[in-house]
Design a protein around this ligand. Structure first.
Ligand SMILES: [Fe+2]
Length: 713
C-alpha cells in the first residue's frame, strides 16, 4: 500500500468528521493493491458518486465488516480506464461504525469534463462493483447539459425498473446522454412502525377494492424487525434505535440492483423530501408531534447513505453556499414545537439543533448553461396553510391534519389568508374565515405568516437566482410549485372545489407569489423548476397568483413521477370514494377484447375538469367528454400522466430547455418477464425556448411516442 501510516492516521481522524479529502495524482501510477478472487460481497450497497465539480467529485461506498472486525480497512482506486492499468488515486481508508461503515471521499485535483472509474478493495481482496463517474465541464463550456430526474422510490426492491430503462436506452444509444441524475427526494419511505406511514384501507364507494398503495418496508427492514411494537418504537425517546432503523432501511433499499446500478454508473445530486423522515414533514414535526431525536437520526442516516458535497459545494459567485456536512448534536429531547418566529420557525432549542445538524441547500454548477439551485423544502418550513394547523394546535400536538386519509379541497383565497397569518389583509386579518361553507374563527389570526424555505434560505435563493450567470437557473425543488385545482364540487357540492395538495406549494401561496414576483420584477429569465413528490408526470406553468383574473405565468414546472411509489390516479380513486366520485380518479370500462380495464380519468379531471371526466365515465367517449368541458380548473397544466412510473430527462442548451417524460409500464416490472428492463409505455417531449426577463415562458409539445396518455385525443 502506498499510504504511510502517518497519513493513514491523519485521514482516519478526518473521516470521523464525515469526509475524507484526497488529492488525485496528475501523473498516472501503477496500483499496489490488486483485487483477489473472492465470493464475498464486501460492498453489498455498491458504490456511488455525487455532486461533480470541474476538478472534484465525491465517491462513496460501504464495506461490510467481517465477523469480529469493527474498523475494517478498504482501499479506494481511481483511474481513467475501467481496467485500472494506471491510477490517479490509491488510498487506504478506515470504515468506522460511527458512520455505519459508510465512506465518503472527496477526490480533488481531477481534470475537468473527464470520465473516471473507481472501485473499493477490502482487506481480504474482495472488490466492489465498478463505479463510473465524471467531473463537471469548465465553467465556460457552452455545451448541452442533460439531467435525468427521479423521485419517490418505495419498498420493495426489484421494482425500481425506471432506472433500468434509462441505463439500457443510454447504453443502446452508444453515447453519453446523461450528465447527472437528480434525485428529488423520497429516496426511502420511513419506518413501518410509524403511524404516519400507514395509509389506511382503500375506501371505494362501491365497496370494491382498489390496489393497496405501496407501504414501507416489511418486518426485518426497520423498527418492526428490531423487537419494537406495531404502534411505534417502544421507546420513542431512543435516538440509537431510530438511527439503527433508518440505517437498516437504507442498507436494504441500496441492495436493489437497478438503483445500485444507476448509482454506480452516473453521478447523483440528491435532496430529500419528507419520507426520509416521516410524512408531510416540517422542521422536526411529523405525524402529529415533534420528534427532534428521530429527525436527527433520519438526517444522519441520509447523510451517511445518500452522498452529496455540502461544506465543499461550489457557490454562485458572490453568494456563498450555507451548506454544511452533518454533525451530530448533543443529545436532544423531544419537546413540542413552540415559540414560533419569522416564517413559523419554532425556536424550541431541540428543534433548532435537529434542523441545524446539517444544511443541504446548495448550488451545483455545470458549465455555462446550468446553475442547479437545490433547495431544502422540509427543514425550515412552517405548517402549510391547511386549516387544521395553527400554532395552538401544533403546540398542544392536537392537530388532526392527515392529508392521506382526507379529500379536502380548499379555496385559493382561503389558503392565501391562512398562509399569511397575522399579516393577512395588510396586518388586519379577518376574525373569521369560511371553510367548506362553514364560517369559523380564523385559526391563524395570531400566527406568523408561513414560509416554505425559511427566511435565511429564501434570501440565499433569491440572491443566487439574481447572481447566477448560467443560461438556465434550474431549481431542484422537491415538490411541485405549480397549482393543482379540483372542481369536484360541480358533481358533488359536498366535495367542494379548490386546492387539495396543501403539503406542496399550494399550501404556501404567499411565498410562491413572493418568489415569482421577485423573479419577474428583477427580470430574471430562464428559471425552470424540476420537481417530484406527486407520483405523476406533469408539465405546466407557475402563476404568481392563481386567483388573479388573468394569472401571470412566470416559470415552467416539470414534475416527474415516482420510480416505484403508488401512482396518483388509483390514490385519488380511493380518496374521492367518500364522495361517490372514485370514477373521477379511475373508472372501469371494457376494452376492445371485452375485458374490464381501469383507466386513469384523473388526467381528464385535472386538465379538463370534473364535468368532462364525469361525461367520460358515463359515455366512454372522449369526444363527448371534451365537448362537455367547462373552463379548465388548471388551464396552465399542459400535460398530466397520473398512472405510471418513470422518470424525466431535461436537456438545457443555449436556446432551449427540452424535457422528455418517460413512462414505464405499471404494475411494476418483473425482471424475470422483462430481462431488458420494463418496456417504455410512452415518451412525451416538451420544449420551452429561452425567454427574456419579463416575458412569459411558453410550453410546446415536441413529440409523442408510444401509447397515448389517457384523456388526450
Ligand atoms: Fe413520494
Amino acid at each position: 500500500m502506498t499510504t504511510p501510516r502517518r497519513d493513514f492516521l491523519k485521514y482516519s481522524a478526518s473521516a470521523l468528521a464525515g469526509l475524507l479529502v484526497l488529492p488525485a495524482s496528475r501523473r498516472g501510477f501503477a496500483q499496489t493493491v490488486t483485487p483477489a478472487a473472492s465470493d464475498r460481497n464486501a460492498f453489498p450497497q455498491g458504490v456511488a458518486s455525487a455532486d461533480p465539480q470541474p476538478d472534484a467529485v465525491l465517491l462513496w461506498s460501504r464495506v461490510e465488516p467481517l465477523a469480529g472486525e469493527t474498523d475494517p480497512e478498504a482501499v479506494v482506486q481511481v483511474s481513467r480506464s475501467p481496467e485500472f492499468g494506471e491510477l490517479v488515486l490509491e488510498e487506504t481508508l478506515t470504515a468506522s461504525p460511527d458512520t455505519d461503515h459508510t465512506m465518503r471521499i472527496l477526490v480533488r485535483d481531477l481534470e475537468p469534463d473527464t470520465t473516471y472509474y473507481y472501485r473499493f478493495i477490502a482487506a481480504d481482496g474482495a472488490t466492489s462493483r465498478l463505479g463510473r463517474t465524471w467531473t463537471a465541464p469548465p465553467m465556460d463550456a457552452r455545451r448541452p447539459v442533460s439531467i435525468a430526474f427521479f423521485s419517490c422510490q418505495s419498498w420493495p426492491p426489484n421494482e425500481h425498473g425506471a432506472y433500468q430503462r434509462l441505463i439500457r436506452d443510454e447504453r443502446a444509444s452508444g453515447e453519453r446522454g446523461i450528465d447527472l441524475i437528480l434525485h428529488l427526494g423520497d429516496y426511502v419511505y420511513g419506518l413501518p412502525a410509524d403511524p404516519e406511514e400507514s395509509f389506511g384501507p382503500p375506501s371505494l364507494a362501491d365497496g370494491e377494492t382498489a390496489d393497496a398503495p405501496a407501504t414501507a418496508a416489511p418486518a426485518g427492514m426497520g423498527m418492526a424487525g428490531m423487537g419494537m411494537g406495531s404502534d411505534g418504537p417502544t421507546d420513542p425517546e431512543d435516538f440509537d434505535l431510530y438511527l439503527a432503523g433508518h440505517r437498516r432501511i437504507y442498507r436494504g433499499y441500496l441492495e436493489d440492483s437497478d438503483l445500485q446500478e444507476a448509482r454506480a454508473m452516473y453521478p447523483f445530486v440528491a435532496v430529500w423530501d419528507d419520507h426520509e423522515f416521516g410524512n408531510d414533514v416540517w422542521q422536526s414535526y411529523s405525524g402529529g408531534r415533534s420528534n427532534p431525536k428521530k429527525r436527527t437520526a433520519a438526517t444522519q442516516a441520509w447523510f451517511e447513505f445518500v452522498p452529496q458535497i455540502l461544506s465543499d459545494s461550489l457557490s454562485v459567485p458572490g453568494v456563498p453556499n450555507e451548506a454544511r456536512d452533518y454533525e451530530q448534536p448533543a443529545p436532544l429531547n423531544n419537546a413540542p414545537m413552540r415559540d414560533f418566529g419569522d416564517g413559523f420557525l419554532s425556536m424550541e432549542p431541540n428543534n433548532l439543533a435537529a434542523i441545524h445538524s446539517q444544511t443541504c441547500y446548495r448550488t451545483v454548477r455545470w458549465g455555462a448553461h446550468v446553475d442547479l439551485l437545490v433547495t431544502d423544502n422540509r427543514s425550515y418550513r412552517g405548517p402549510s396553510a391547511h386549516p387544521g394547523y395553527s400554532a395552538q394546535e401544533v403546540e398542544s400536538e392536537q392537530s388532526s391534519v392527515n392529508v392521506f386519509s382526507n379529500f379536502s379541497l380548499f379555496d385559493g383565497n382561503l389558503l392565501n389568508t391562512l398562509a399569511q397569518g397575522r399579516d393577512a389583509n395588510g396586518g388586519n386579518p379577518p376574525e373569521t374565515v369560511v371553510i367548506n361553507g362553514e364560517t369559523v374563527p380564523n385559526p391563524r389570526r395570531n400566527d406568523p405568516s408561513v414560509s416554505m424555505l425559511g427566511i435565511p434560505q429564501k434570501q440565499w435563493f433569491k440572491d443566487a437566482l439574481a447572481a447566477s450567470q448560467g443560461t438556465w437557473k434550474v431549481w431542484a425543488n422537491a415538490e411541485p410549485v405549480m397549482g393543482f385545482r379540483f372542481d369536484a364540487g360541480r358533481i358533488n357540492p359536498e366535495a367542494g372545489t379548490g386546492f387539495l395538495w396543501t403539503d406542496s406549494w399550494d399550501g404556501f401561496p404567499n411565498e410562491r407569489e413572493e418568489l415569482m414576483r421577485f423573479i419577474r420584477e428583477n427580470g430574471i429569465a430562464n428559471v425552470v423548476s424540476l420537481s417530484g413528490d406527486r407520483h405523476a408526470h406533469y408539465a405546466g406553468l407557475v402563476a404568481e397568483n392563481y386567483e388573479a383574473e388573468t394569472p401571470r405565468y412566470v416559470i415552467p414546472d416539470f414534475t416527474c413521477t415516482a420510480v416505484s411509489a403508488f401512482e396518483r390516479g388509483p390514490f385519488l380513486e380511493r380518496a374521492m370514494g367518500a364522495f361517490g366520485l372514485s370514477h373521477l380518479g379511475m373508472y372501469r370500462r371494457q376494452n376492445a377484447d371485452g375485458a374490464e380495464e381501469r383507466v386513469c380519468n384523473l388526467n381528464l379531471t385535472m386538465r379538463k375538469g370534473a364535468t368532462a371526466a364525469q361525461v367520460m365515465s358515463e359515455t366512454n367517449d372522449l369526444e363527448q367528454a371534451l365537448a362537455a368541458a367547462v373552463p379548465s380548473p388548471n388551464p396552465h397544466l399542459a400535460y398530466a400522466d397520473n398512472d405510471v412510473h418513470g422518470y424525466c430527462v431535461a436537456t438545457f442548451d443555449a436556446d432551449s430547455c427540452d424535457v422528455t417524460f418517460v413512462s414505464v409500464a405499471r404494475p411494476v416490472w418483473d425482471p424475470e418477464i422483462y430481462p431488458e428492463g420494463p418496456p417504455m409505455l410512452r415518451a412525451v417531449g416538451y420544449r420551452v425556448d429561452a425567454w427574456e426577463g419579463g416575458e412569459e415562458p411558453k410550453l410546446v409539445r415536441t413529440f409523442t411516442r408510444g401509447e397515448r396518455v389517457f384523456g388526450e385525443p
